[in-house]
Design a binder for this molecule. Structure first.
Ligand code: AMP
Length: 293
């Protein structure tokens, strides 16, 4: 894998791949890679002749009280993993390379950004949308890959790509989990001992909610209340939200039908954890919204 730290060098590498007729796939990350990121890289590898991964911890999407400074980083290990994954190019810009001056121009998708995560993190998705559009302008991929794990991010990115006619195909890859169900996350390193065991409850409560749907329940408030009950059974879990929303608009569903996201966020020890299920719900059936890869 070739490493590029400047916009100019990365652009030259992508341009020569493109001139050679190669389809370009792009996987944006914040590094500290795990099997979830590698699933995105594998999907990109299957579908493109040239794969670019970026590693950039984007200050714009962290609030001042958040973990920007202590966000885990290990570039040497990441490069080894990307090498094994068969990625062609890794873009590792510094903060000053990406933002030589404080950015004036921002991208915001307010209706999708203020709900769910946005209640706790009101500036987060503007930072995400801005860096995603900027990275897409730098790399100019044919296809960009995101994880279902960050379900609201998927909704925001899809909407920004549509609204601004960004010439890219967005692909979403199902969440990769630990054997006990915990969704992989770079922030899982904050979990130790009892908290690591406790953290199972997020995915467990989601699968119990799915069982309710499979048994015929279609009331959004009922399923939401059940998620809240299951999560708060453990007094050492501090619930942020449990929600039953349309997967595209993020609007809460009173009657559950169509593309549905069951989303939870909770504090477990020092970690703030997220998880979701994306389901396609009809009167008679409940299916996964994303086809397994
Ligand atoms: P991050 O480095 O946390 O910004 O994540 C980079 C990309 O990897 C995002 O599109 C995430 O949604 C995706 N991702 C993170 N964790 C997982 C996971 N457990 N399964 C699938 N994709 C993931």
């Amino acid at each position: 894998v070739e490493q590029y730290s400047t916009v100019r060098a990365l652009r030259e590498a992508v341009q020569s791949a493109r001139r050679a007729g190669k389809a370009v796939g792009f996987v944006p990350t914040m590094g500290y890679l795990h099997a979830g990121h590698l699933a995105l890289c594998a999907a990109a590898r299957r579908e493109n002749e040239f794969v670019v991964t970026s590693i950039f911890v984007n200050p714009l999407q962290f609030a001042p009280n958040e973990d920007f400074d202590r966000y885990p980083r290990d570039l040497v290990r990441d490069l080894g993993m990307l090498q094994t994954a068969g990625v062609d190019a890794v873009f590792t810009p510094s903060v000053t390379e990406m933002y030589p001056e404080a950015t004036q121009t921002v991208v915001s998708v307010p209706a999708l950004s203020q709900t769910l995560e946005g209640k706790t993190r009101p500036t987060h998705f503007q930072g995400v949308a801005t860096v995603v559009l900027k990275l897409l302008q730098i790399v100019r991929p044919d296809t960009v890959y995101f994880g279902q794990k960050d379900g609201q991010q998927v909704a925001v990115v899809r909407r920004l790509v549509r609204d601004l006619s960004v010439p890219v195909t967005v692909r979403v890859v199902p969440t990769v989990r630990e054997p006990d169900g915990l969704a992989l996350s770079s922030r899982n390193v904050y979990l130790e001992g009892a908290d690591r065991i406790r953290a199972r409850r997020l995915s467990q409560s989601l699968s119990q909610a799915r069982s309710l749907l499979e048994a015929g329940e279609r009331s959004g408030p009922t399923v939401q209340a059940e998620l809240e009950r299951l999560l708060t059974e453990d007094p050492d879990i501090r619930l942020d939200y449990a929600a039953v929303v349309n997967a595209d608009t993020l609007v809460p569903l009173s009657h559950i039908a169509g593309p549905t996201m069951l989303a939870v966020a909770a504090y477990v020890g020092p970690a703030r954890l997220l998880d979701n299920l994306m389901l396609d719900v009809s009167e008679r059936a409940v299916r996964d919204l994303l086809p397994p890869l």
